[in-house]
Ligand binder design. Structure first.
Ligand code: NAD
Length: 496
């Protein structure tokens, strides 16, 4: 069945059959494909091809580059249901979230097409008579994209669409856990290339490989930008390696996202916001809500309401009418169980968190999402566990809540539910949340593509997607033009 779906998406059977690297579906833990892993040598050959493609593509006018991305958006619209289904099968997302991920790809295509007629520079006032100063943006080269299993296709599209309209070539190394959605996305892109007509060969390439292949990409000086999404552990390795060769990186790493729940909050809204943010995608989003910082006066009430809501959450096959699908694999399940054990040791009271449906799916890992009331922000709370665990903390003074929000190593997403305008504004001020995303009366997850996406501290500091994130995919050039007959020097220097 997966084979037919892949073929409908344009993937050649020899690329997903008979290879040495087994691909499993988290839905029931069965093997669904075997892909071949590429060597570091093959990666270097692809980088050479990509570089040649870049040399031609950078001179194609940006609006024409945008036309390729426009066509890609069209192809994605035609195949949204199929690609969404494949995301559900390979990453375990419920149908709505699988489709939502493809919609994100379509949205970023639209954004990038508009951008292809902008890519604005500046004009700057010169201190010298008869001179112009301006700032222009130029293509960079081959952009390496490394992506995580939990957003197996959208992250690539965020990077690739912007990189392409900016005049770059792209090489993508997806997670080894999700090569099939990558093969399918690449096949759809190749379809768009055919319709487009005259793009250089190797403009956007895919590497199916493990760590060795990833490292070959990371270490190659012909790749001026590496955009890497994944764990903080991965960023700690990749960031310094890229920096050592003076490359640039966009790092999109782990999050440990909090909600402050103030006494004035609309609790009906908040409970719904918490449920989607904490339980959606089985807690496997970088923006998943992991810490609830509730005012002491309402904490017990909200926990009671949450337990009731958690009790009704349907857990099961993500393609059926369920809200919570499986964890990615046993490793994720073990990490969740050991975090819950640590939380108990650190004084926590655990509700939920048990394995579900093991009789039906002995090789898959479904869990009931957990709520853990903690006496304080202990070590386990400060750590990102990539599973549906919501730690609940309480506060008395608003300043203490802000302190708890910020007092973790990560800085991706945050939010406050309050009807007090002073608290809301303070939360989004310079001395408020220290995260890349700070929302009011909206949960921590589910960002739109129009804003810049990313976070601070151990989240890596990178920004992708909307706003002016495109600038990271280009090089800035300052131009001074003298249209006078004199040669005045800056700072009034006389040199004769
Ligand atoms: P991971 O770090 O295990 O793997 C991510 C990618 O990095 C994979 O493609 C992997 O092959 C590659 N990789 C790992 N080590 C490498 C190395 N030394 N050199 C080159 N490549 C290397 O992460 P995961 O388990 O796939 O994803 C979950 C993590 O990703 C969570 O921490 C989550 O918060 C984070 N994430 C962050 C964002 C964000 O935008 N901030 C988005 C999605 C996921």
């Amino acid at each position: 069945m997966v084979g037919q779906l892949l073929e409908r998406l344009g993937v050649q059977p020899h690329t997903f059959q008979g290879g040495e690297h087994a691909v499993y579906t988290p839905i029931d833990g069965s093997q669904i494909a075997g892909v071949r892993l590429e060597s570091a040598e093959a990666v270097r050959a692809k980088i050479a091809t990509g570089h040649q493609a870049f040399l031609a593509w950078r001179d194609v006018p940006a609006p024409r580059r945008g036309e390729l991305v426009r066509i890609f958006g069209e192809v994605l619209r035609e195949h949204k249901a199929e690609l969404g289904e494949l995301v559900s099968i390979e990453a375990g997302k419920i149908t709505q979230e699988g489709l939502g991920e493809v919609q994100e790809m379509i949205d970023i295509c639209d954004f990038a097409v508009g951008l292809s007629r902008q890519l604005y520079g500046l004009t700057i006032a010169s201190e010298r008579p008869g001179h112009h100063m301006r700032e222009t943006w130029h293509p960079l080269g081959v952009v390496g994209v490394i992506s995580a299993f939990n957003f197996p296709v959208a992250v690539w599209a965020w990077n690739t669409t912007l990189a392409l309209v900016a005049g770059n070539a792209v090489i993508w190394k997806p997670s080894e856990k999700t090569p099939l959605t990558a093969l399918a996305s690449q096949a759809l892109f190749d379809k768009a290339l055919k319709r487009f007509g005259d793009a250089p060969q190797g403009l956007a390439q895919l590497i199916i490989g493990d760590r060795e292949a990833g490292e070959a990409l990371v270490d190659d000086a012909r790749v001026p930008l590496i955009s890497a999404t994944g764990s903080t552990r991965m960023g700690r390795e990749v960031g310094p390696r890229v920096a050592a060769r003076f490359g640039r990186s966009i790092l999109e790493l782990g999050g440990n996202n909090a909600m402050i729940l103030a006494p004035s909050a609309d609790l009906d809204l908040a409970v719904r916001g918490i449920l989607f943010s904490a339980v959606g995608t089985a807690g496997q989003r970088c923006t998943t809500l992991r810490r609830l910082i509730a005012h002491r006066s309402i904490k017990d009430e909200v926990v009671t309401r949450l337990k009731a809501a958690y009790g009704k959450v349907r857990i099961g096959d993500p393609r059926q009418d369920n809200l919570v699908g499986p964890l990615m694999d046993k490793q994720a399940f073990d990490a969740m169980q050991s975090a819950l054990a640590r939380a108990r040791d650190e004084g926590g009271t655990v509700f939920g968190g048990e394995r579900q449906l093991q009789d039906r799916y002995p090789d898959a890992y479904y869990v009931s999402p957990a709520i853990v009331e903690m006496p304080g922000q202990t070590d386990v709370v400060r750590h990102e566990t990539f599973a549906p665990i919501l730690y609940v903390l309480s506060y008395d003074e608003f300043e203490d809540a802000l302190h708890l929000n910020n007092d973790v190593p990560q800085g991706l997403s945050s939010c406050i539910f309050t009807l007090d305008v002073r608290e809301a504004e303070r939360f989004q001020s310079a001395s408020g949340s220290d995260c890349g995303i700070a929302n009011v009366n909206i949960g921590t997850s589910g960002a739109e593509i129009g804003g810049a996406f990313g976070g601070e501290k151990e989240t890596g500091g990178g920004r992708e997607s909307g706003s002016d994130a495109w600038k990271a995919y280009m090089r800035r050039q300052t131009n001074t033009v003298n249209y006078s007959r004199q040669l005045p020097l800056a700072q009034g220097i006389v040199f004769d």
